[in-house]
Design a protein around this ligand. Structure first.
Ligand code: SF4
Ligand code: SF4
Length: 210
């Protein structure tokens, strides 16, 4: 994150309101593999679409290497390189359970000293100059926000820890170490289906203990 960016906590009002994205779907197109999905996104997609993780991976989601770990991200497809959940009207077909990074845009997350804060990705959303002020918790619109932020922070530091352990491996063990870590993470947090009738956070922290 650039040091010049102002940081905000989630109860703050920030100038990012873009009039319900009317007529715009720019951040649903041409995003490459940047919309990385976390375990909460998988739980939400499995629940909302009533599908298995394997079905997601055969359709709208793909695996890629992200900073040395294999993780899932939304797939961009077609001539316009657009998200497969974007409907014919140019609106999100899964708005109620869209992934966290979609909810966040045009904000970014900053983690420092075990705390999560937010910053505005300058010039990321160019739909209008006439932006309105919105409270970040309303923009992200996930309740309870405290639990969600706790999860995001724990997940971030967990992945950071794994990446640091991988980076410290001797060269001869690096490839197998990275592969094993990725496979364990994928299996434990993504491929093993969530029980959609149970609370996500309970299941996530049970899996973290493993
Ligand atoms: S670029 Fe801005 S206005 Fe366009 S869809 Fe994304 S958030 Fe909405
Ligand atoms: S999930 Fe919805 S909001 Fe996110 S990129 Fe796809 S269409 Fe856009």
């Amino acid at each position: 994150m650039s040091g010049a960016n102002e940081l905000f906590e989630s109860y703050k009002n920030v100038k990012i309101g873009c009039h319900d994205c009317k007529g715009c779907s720019d951040c649903c197109r041409g995003m490459g593999n940047s919309i990385i999905l976390d375990p909460f996104d998988f739980y939400e997609l499995e629940t909302g679409l009533q599908c298995t993780p394997q079905e997601l991976l055969l359709g709208q989601v793909e695996l890629n290497v992200h900073e040395g770990l294999i993780l899932p991200n939304l797939k961009m497809a077609g001539e316009e390189e657009q998200c497969m959940f974007l409907n014919a009207q140019g609106r999100c077909g899964i708005h109620g359970f869209r992934p966290g990074l979609c909810r966040l845009f045009p904000l970014g997350r900053n983690y420092e000293d075990g705390k999560l804060s937010y910053f505005i990705l300058q010039d990321a959303c160019q739909s209008t100059k006439d932006k309105t002020k919105v409270k970040i918790i309303h923009w992200i619109d996930i309740t309870p926000m405290e639990k969600y932020e706790r999860f995001l922070t724990d997940w971030h530091y967990f992945l950071k820890d794994v990446r640091e352990k991988n980076a410290a491996l001797p060269k001869t063990q690096w490839e197998s170490g990275v592969k094993n870590a990725s496979m364990n993470i994928l299996q434990n947090f993504y491929l093993n289906p969530y029980d959609c009738k149970r609370d996500f956070y309970e299941q996530f922290y049970e899996r973290m203990k493993l």
